[in-house]
Design a protein around this ligand. Sequence first.
Ligand SMILES: [Mg+2]
Length: 299
Amino acid sequence: MTEQTVHPVPRGVRGHAEPAPASWQERVSTVAASAHRMRHHIIDMGEAQGQGYVGQALGVTDLLAAVYRDQLRYHPEDPHWPGRDRFLLSIGHYAIALYAALAEAGVLEVEELATYGADESRLPMSGMASYTPGMEISGGSLGHGLPVAVGMALGLRHRGNDALVYNFLSDGELNEGATWEAAMGAAHHGLGNLVAVVDINALQADGPTASVLSVDALVEKWQAFGWHAVRVDGNDIAELLHAFDRLRDCEERQPRVLLCDTTIGKGVPLLENRERAHFMRVDEHEWQIAREQLDGSAR
Ligand SMILES: [Mg+2]
């Protein structure tokens, strides 16, 4: 993509005073550099536990970097600031990816990531709102994130708060009826302050999504439910930023959904091709290979 237009960074990165407009190239390179650091954080955390949801996390890193470095409004030093945009991790087992994003965002110290999954850590393997600054909900009871987000978006609107509510869910959660009830409710109530972001990695715990319960024609499905829907390559940062910009091209009272096709293990070929990728086991010696592959130095 060769977009040269100068875009203002929307709504004030990190919630501070409106920043100077960033060029398109600056936006892309900021997010790309952030995503690279996040992938290293994820590999480091994965090594600390020896296993986990590393594949999904690497798949959504570009997306989370775009959210936290280009889109979201927040104060890193005050995670409860009332004016913050809310980012709800419905897929609680993706917490390892969000911890990396929160470190990039300045909400967590990078050093704390080393405690991931340990007893007494604030960074459990599944996201817990009461443990971790910046973790808005305790996700993981899958299919409940979007209903919570609808309630939150309604509440904020009633209070006259212009913050946005993002709900990050998986393609597996599109197999849940509650997700579609919430989708109907969001359109019914005209929740233009709600953004759903879906990780379409084509896999869930019981196998490929296409074989468990296929979810095709997704743009058309969401549109039929009254949403403004955009589908993109979730590992193409320029495409992601364009897509976030395009999400604003809709009715003021229309909820928006960004459908992101992602590759499990993205950036680490060793893990991109792994069988049984949902809960990935990685041998001790492979973590360093993963780092080298990330840095393009693998032989
Ligand atoms: Mg999935």
